[in-house]
Design a protein around this ligand. Structure first.
Ligand SMILES: [Zn+2]
Ligand SMILES: [Zn+2]
Length: 129
């Protein structure tokens, strides 16, 4: 499994299958991605190898760091000190994002009212727990 940023300077590769796949509707991701909603896949930290330019790191809140391409600005990953199991990679960075559809929604309590995603996936008000 591989992914890359828009300009191709930053790429990643995983030796492990994903742990989960979900939408995130939180205000921080919305602002950071400048998009109404984003999606993540969770992959064990030690299974992810970065290639090309190393991603730049932005500390977006206490315990949270977001990694992005320093050239084109594409958001690449999110890591939370409380989640020692998985790195959260943005699904849209995958070479084939269509292959790993989200299975649930998190922070649905913060979703934009005009965004109507018509699916029957589980919706969690906050984290999936
Ligand atoms: Zn880039
Ligand atoms: Zn979020």
């Amino acid at each position: 499994m591989k992914g890359h940023c828009h300009c191709g300077a930053v790429h990643w590769e995983s030796r492990a299958p994903i742990a989960w796949s979900c939408y995130c509707h939180c205000k921080d991701c919305r602002r950071n991605c400048a998009a109404p909603v984003t999606a993540f896949i969770g992959i064990p930290h030690d299974a992810v190898a970065w290639g090309g330019e190393p991603p730049r790191v932005y500390k977006s809140s206490e315990d949270v760091e977001r990694m992005f391409c320093g050239t084109c600005g594409t958001q690449m990953a999110y890591r939370n000190a409380r989640d020692t199991a998985n790195l959260h990679l943005y699904t849209a960075t995958l070479e084939d994002p269509a292959a790993l559809p989200p299975r649930f929604h998190v922070y649905h309590a913060e979703h934009l009212g005009w965004l109507n995603i018509k699916d029957s996936l589980p919706r969690f008000a906050g984290t999936a727990g």
